[in-house]
Ligand binder design. Structure first.
Ligand SMILES: Cc1ncc(COP(=O)(O)O)c(C=O)c1O
Length: 438
């Protein structure tokens, strides 16, 4: 008799079960949003925006910070503030959201795609060192999903080769490395507040930086080139005396309503990060005991881990199924269509990263060739995406500890019945899985 729900067996969770949802807001947020509607401060530089900016920057233990339109633009502004431009090479992990590399091309730089570590899916620092050339100006580290690379070694590499370090923190609001907030470690950091992120205003972004000079530049770049002038001053900074010429830029600002949602979200952030972190550690401990399941590595220097996604790996040699098959079976057991899925498509073969479809990127023959993502070979990322990687959105970690036991039970059930899963033909698997999603 069939055991797996995918084959008609009884699922671990019934359809009626409800789970923590995302995003979250409360009555206080709604009140502040309504209050702003009755004022005449709707756009940028409002009191709520700056209150949020100062509080969020302090929470991450960074020096200066300011809002921008979204996390894609945040990376672009970081690159521009650091003076990265045409033909400069920027090292970018091959496994990330397309924005990290797309922003490089949009400032006419060359994203050099670097492979990842097999157990964190974050930058492989040996591969980083091998990719450095005389043209390299910066490294963008993406703190991906719920893991970090060795940030201490990465800082040393940047110092040795005189490279800027940009942190793409879109996934890890509330994460700390040796008690230092992510986002405070590099020269400039970029954040996303898109709906799915752990701190959200639907859309939105943020930059943090270490120096006044970079803050003034970032301010000006996000605000049509205007010089910084906040009243009352923020971060104790007055209008810069020497900034008489404005910078060429556009409008990359955020509204006061978005800032209101962020201020409310920030009050809840630390408790939510702690809940996810403790649930993730519990779930990892349970998964570790299941044959063929490999939890991700957590470095000892991580003092608080934030999770955009929870991830684990399959030992595909042992299980002899791939991640698509495994996710279809697991989602069916939990009655959660599309919750568990493979990690991002590596950017050297990604449907959403096609820099050579925009003719304005055709600066020269040499540049056109340099921005062809398919020139990079990154076997670790390919394997994780195509075979062994499994991820789920952070909302699964916002349930109760007993629910972590339920997730582990479902994983174990699939592993215990792996022969049954192996026997399902791919076409039949697709059909059965589509029926669940309906
Ligand atoms: C790693 C990473 N960087 C940058 C971004 C871009 O952020 P946004 O969607 O706010 O433009 C995202 C969004 O998903 C992301 O995951």
């Amino acid at each position: 008799m069939a055991k797996l729900a995918l084959n008609g067996g009884k699922a671990v969770c019934g359809k009626k079960r409800t789970w923590a949802s995302w995003p979250i807001s409360d009555a206080k947020d709604a009140q502040l949003v309504a209050k702003i509607t009755k004022t005449n401060r709707w756009s940028y530089d409002g009191p709520v925006e700056w209150e949020f900016a100062e509080k969020f920057t302090a929470y991450q233990k960074a020096k200066y910070g300011l809002c921008c339109a979204n996390g894609t633009v945040g990376i672009q502004l970081a690159l521009e503030a650091l003076g990265i431009s045409a033909y400069d090479e920027v090292l970018v992990p091959v496994m990330t959201w397309q924005a990290t590399a797309a922003a490089c091309v949009d400032v006419n730089a060359v994203p050099v795609l670097v492979d990842i570590e097999p157990d964190t899916w974050n930058l492989d620092l040996d591969a980083v060192e091998a990719a450095i050339t005389p043209r390299t100006r910066a490294i963008i580290v993406v703190h991906l999903y719920g893991c970090m690379t060795d940030l201490t070694r990465l800082q040393k590499i940047c110092r040795k080769h005189k490279l800027f370090l940009i942190e793409d923190c879109a996934h890890q609001h509330g994460a700390f490395w040796k008690d230092k907030g992510v986002g405070s470690i590099g020269d400039v950091s970029s954040w996303s507040f898109q709906e799915s992120k752990v701190l959200s205003s639907g859309e939105g972004g943020f930059n943090m930086c270490k120096t006044k000079d970079l803050f003034y530049k970032l301010y000006s770049l996000r605000n049509c080139g205007r010089p910084y002038e906040a009243a009352p001053p923020v971060f104790g900074l007055n209008k810069p005396a020497n900034m008489t010429t404005t910078l060429q830029s556009g409008n990359y600002r955020l509204t006061e309503w978005q800032a209101a949602l962020l201020l409310g979200g920030l009050e809840r952030l630390d408790d939510q990060v702690k809940l996810r972190d403790s649930n993730a550690m519990f779930l990892n401990a349970l998964l570790e005991d299941i044959p063929g399941i490999l939890p991700m590595r957590r470095r000892t220097e991580v003092t608080q881990q934030s999770y955009f996604n929870f991830a684990f790996r399959l030992d595909t040699k042992e299980l002899k199924v791939n991640n698509l098959q495994f996710c279809a079976a697991l989602n069916t057991e939990l009655n959660m269509p599309d919750q568990f899925e493979p990690p991002y498509e590596p950017l050297n073969n990604c449907g959403l990263f096609k820099p050579r479809t925009k003719t304005r990127h055709n600066l020269s023959k040499a540049y056109w060739k340099a921005i062809d993502p398919s020139r990079f070979k990154t076997p670790v990322a390919k394997e994780a995406h195509e075979n062994s990687g499994v991820v789920a959105h952070h909302q699964i970690l916002m349930n109760r500890p007993e629910d972590m036991e339920l997730f582990a039970k479902a994983v174990k059930k699939v592993v215990d019945n792996i022969e049954e899963l192996r026997a399902i033909k791919p076409a039949a698997l697709r059909k059965k899985y589509q029926a669940l999603a309906r």
